[in-house]
Design a protein around this ligand. Structure first.
Ligand SMILES: CC(C)(COP(=O)(O)OP(=O)(O)OC[C@H]1O[C@@H](n2cnc3c(N)ncnc32)[C@H](O)[C@@H]1OP(=O)(O)O)[C@@H](O)C(=O)NCCC(=O)NCCS
Length: 173
């Protein structure tokens, strides 16, 4: 039986360090951070391309009622992005959102966060970890593929017409 309660605690703190020595901390989401991150991320792909507005994104990040775990990613003491986890999902957790603000991509922060996501799932003895990536987001898909995720399904027109999401799974068992 999975130890569902053990994973993804509210205030994880320091989760790792990038190759360049940047500390990566996860802190609980706050109202101010939700607005800053929702506004910043709505302006970049994939969210800009699917018309996910700043207001909607900020409201989503700031809400607390749906049971998802929402974190600020803090790199070298600056707000760098957000990660949102739904757990349990399907015999394992689902990475609902992983997004870094412009200027923080390509520096190994995503790698640290994904490693933490997987380690928590392993600690809770889950068999799988899951995520979706937009079919046009080939950089992110390559990133997840390099981390051991495999494409399992294409979800046509999931968020808007004409944009498909690829469901990706990494088996842990
Ligand atoms: C995708 C993302 C989480 C990866 O995190 P990261 O910290 O940039 O990744 P790392 O530095 O650990 O690894 C770099 C790899 O990520 C890929 N990558 C994906 N999007 C990137 C971006 N916008 N800028 C730089 N690298 C990106 C790179 O191609 C690189 O892979 P490569 O070495 O094969 O070229 C991050 O770049 C991001 O938030 N991008 C914008 C939003 C997004 O696409 N989120 C995912 C939604 S499913």
């Amino acid at each position: 039986m999975e130890k569902v309660q053990a994973a993804y605690r509210a205030d994880p703190g320091l989760i790792g360090t990038t190759r360049d020595g940047m500390s990566v901390v996860l802190a609980p989401m706050t109202g101010d951070a939700a607005v800053r991150l929702g506004t910043g991320l709505a302006a970049i792909d994939p969210w800009a391309r699917i018309n996910y507005s700043a207001e909607r994104f900020s409201t989503f990040l700031g809400s607390t009622e749906d049971g998802a775990s929402r974190y600020q990613i803090i790199a070298a003491n600056a707000i760098a992005g957000t990660v949102v986890v739904r757990n349990p999902w399907l015999a394992g957790p689902y990475l609902n959102i992983l997004g870094l603000l412009p200027g923080f991509s390509g520096r190994g922060i995503g790698d640290v966060v994904l490693t933490w996501f997987e380690a928590e799932a392993r600690r809770a003895e889950f068999r799988n970890i899951w995520l979706c990536v937009s079919s046009f987001n080939s950089d992110a898909e390559r990133f997840y593929h390099a981390q051991g995720f495999a494409h399992v399904a294409q979800l046509d027109d999931l968020t808007i017409d004409g944009s498909d999401e690829m469901l990706m799974r990494k088996r842990l068992a």
